[in-house]
Design a protein around this ligand. Structure first.
Ligand code: B12
Length: 573
């Protein structure tokens, strides 16, 4: 097998989760991953293509997924067998704080002289703290690592110090931390490639399909994402990808856009090979009305049959929804009102009323939207347990009001803001102002938190209005009610709802037991008692408070056009 110049590794959230007794709860309920967060950043794809363009070979290994898929898979054996110029590990999401650092430690043990490079949103935020771990040699800051990484790999190959590599934090030979200038802030996204054929190609070259897959179950549900830009113009209080984060940490005052032609081309290429849903990340109106119109026009020319899901950050006009319907026959929407309570929504940073939300739902259903997912959250400023109950009542009202036009097309979801409050968000930087109390602030505190026995203790915050305990119990209670509603309105089969009900009640019970165990003073005894619950945790594994399958948009019967996949890989057409 060819040796890669750079090996990009995606860690599990906790290493080694297979040996630990932790009740993760519903922390990953609303994303395709398991609580191990096995999905690697989409940026792995752009990094890998960019470096290859300049003559460096890159191999992606989704270590988290390989561990999930095979209980006997030996990470150390894999690490030992590799011999690249450098290793790259993502610390994009803070939930990988423990897994990423532990994986790096193992690599250092077998390859003490091979540099280890970290990158991603959390790595950028914590670069000064991260570089102090002996297993970390370099941190690339910012949202666009391709070019700095290329320069760094060149310097590593030449055995020269990377003094001129932009956006880099590193330690020199005297062990002094150096923070290079942050000067690489590309204004557009047109020089990177979101070409999934590259990943297919790489999995063939390295004979490792699983190591390249984005998450468990992807083969049956091949969803892919396209990215119109990086950055955000909104400043939601709890979001670590808000305008404030990008400005402070990535030095980006406006988003960097990918031209509508290229986004449409990305979608066209995907639809030739994959018959699964395509998710256009972010609200395309962020780029302005002309951007949205042009993108929709270009997509229309491609005559896409795949289901396409789009996010809208605020209510949309009927005109805009009609424009989407004209371009995308199978379009789906995601909206996150966060709470039914307009005051809570406003405190979150979203200033629109329920009337305009309902009008958008009504219009979208009328113009032919295939499905609308509505996301509500628990753990928000000004939100009480009572308010959460009222949110479920509001969902009931919505399902009732739209039951005729609805026919199963409205899907409400609720979950806690978990496990961590995003670093770099307004609430994280100024918790008191927004009514938050943080249990963990540094990277090391978050790393250790991930080893706590239940998600209640992993949860990094509580609010003035809800204690950590209330956030947890109210999450389970809301889920119970919402699932009953879903069964009543035919969004969940009765049997499935009953099964979920049993699991949620079991989870609540376990949370209580863990509370009792945590209060045991003797550490050894505490560990023994937690270990006794491991089987119960395992039974709950993957079965959370909602059915992840419900979140899935339809996949056409034949999920891949294998002929097209092979043709595309071989001919790049
Ligand atoms: C798209 C997205 C998702 C997609 C992920 C798609 C994917 N595979 O990447 C989905 C919806 C699945 C998702 C899920 C989650 N997300 Co999210 N997501 C985003 C969003 C909207 C955009 C991210 C983005 O633009 N990426 C841009 C792409 C092109 O680049 P990239 O992947 O970041 O990679 C570049 C750099 O980061 C860097 N880089 C990344 N990795 C590495 C590694 C190395 C070695 C190097 C050198 C560089 C490097 O270089 C890359 C190329 O330039 C942001 C919000 C925002 N507006 O930013 C939240 C955001 C990133 N998500 C967040 C969170 C918390 C999550 C979840 C943990 C939520 C949950 N509890 O379930 C999960 C984790 C999923 C998992 N890993 O299994 C937080 C992260 C806060 C934090 N610091 O931890 C954010 C900031 C906001 C939010 N709350 O949603 N998310």
């Amino acid at each position: 097998m060819p040796e890669a110049d750079l090996v990009l590794l995606h860690p599990p959230s906790v290493y080694d989760f297979r040996k630990k007794s932790i009740m993760y709860g519903p922390i990953s309920d609303l994303v395709p991953s398991t609580p191990i967060f096995e999905m690697y950043p989409i940026g792995f794809m752009t990094i890998s293509e960019y470096l290859q363009r300049y003559g460096y070979s890159v191999r992606i290994i989704n270590v988290a997924l390989r561990m999930l898929k095979n209980k006997r898979f030996c990470v150390e054996k894999l690490i030992k067998s590799l011999n690249p110029l450098a290793f790259g590990i993502d610390l994009h999401w803070l939930v990988h704080a423990q897994g990423s650092l532990e994986l790096a430690r193992i690599i250092k043990r077998y390859h003490p002289k091979t540099p280890i490079i970290f990158g991603g949103m959390s790595a950028s935020y914590y670069h000064q703290e991260l570089i102090r771990y002996p297993q970390v040699d370099y941190v690339i800051r910012g949202d666009s690592a391709e070019q700095p990484l290329l320069q760094l790999i060149k310097r590593i190959g030449q055995n020269e110090p990377p003094c001129d590599v932009p956006n880099l934090t590193w330690r020199n030979d005297d062990n002094k931390v150096r923070v290079n200038e942050f000067s690489h802030i590309p204004s557009d996204l047109d020089d990177v490639s979101f070409d999934y054929r590259n990943i297919i190609n790489s999995s063939i070259r390295y004979n490792d399909l699983i190591g390249h897959l984005p998450f468990q179950g992807w083969i049956n549900y091949p969803i892919v994402a396209v990215l119109p830009w990086k950055g955000c113009i909104n400043n939601c209080v709890i979001c670590g990808g808000s305008a404030q984060y990008y400005k402070r940490i990535c030095r980006r005052s406006i988003p960097s856009y990918r031209s509508p032609q290229l986004v449409a081309k990305d979608i066209g290429l995907i639809s030739k090979c994959l018959k699964g849903p395509i998710f256009i990340l972010d609200d395309i109106r962020q780029g302005g009305a002309r951007y949205a119109e042009e993108l929709l026009d270009k997509i229309r020319e491609k005559k896409i049959k795949n289901h396409i899901a789009m996010e809208i950050f605020s209510p949309a006009t009927r005109e805009f929804l009609k424009m989407i319907a004209r371009s995308i026959p199978n379009f789906n929407l995601q909206i996150s009102p966060e709470s039914h309570d307009e005051e809570v929504r406003k405190a979150f940073g979203k200033d629109y009323n329920n009337r305009s939300l309902e009008k958008t739902i009504e219009d979208a259903l009328e113009v032919g939207c295939k499905r609308i997912d509505l996301f509500f959250m628990i753990g928000l400023p000004k939100q009480t347990s009572q308010s959460v109950k009222e949110t479920i009542k509001y969902c009931e009202g919505l399902l009732e009001n739209f039951s005729k036009a609805n026919s199963g097309r409205i899907h409400p979801y609720i979950s806690a803001l978990s496990p961590f409050l995003d670093p770099g968000s307004r609430a994280f930087e100024d918790p008191q102002k927004y009514g938050y109390r943080l249990f963990y602030k540094t990277l090391e505190e978050h790393r250790q938190a991930l080893l706590q026995p239940s998600w209640k203790y992993i949860l990094s915050y509580e609010t003035e209005w809800m204690s950590r305990h209330e956030i947890v119990t109210s999450t389970y209670d809301a889920a119970l009610e919402l699932n009953r509603l879903k069964a009543r309105f035919g969004l969940l089969k009765q049997k499935e709802a009953e099964k979920l009900e049993v699991l949620i009640k079991e989870a609540k019970q376990l949370i209580r037991w863990i509370d009792e165990i945590v209060s045991i003073k003797d550490e050894k005894l505490r560990e023994i008692e937690i270990e006794k619950l491991r089987n119960r945790f395992n039974q709950l594994e993957n079965s959370n408070i909602s059915r992840q399958e419900e979140l899935r948009w339809p996949v056409r019967l034949v999920r891949f056009n294998l002929f097209r996949v092979m043709q595309a890989v071989l001919t790049r057409d």
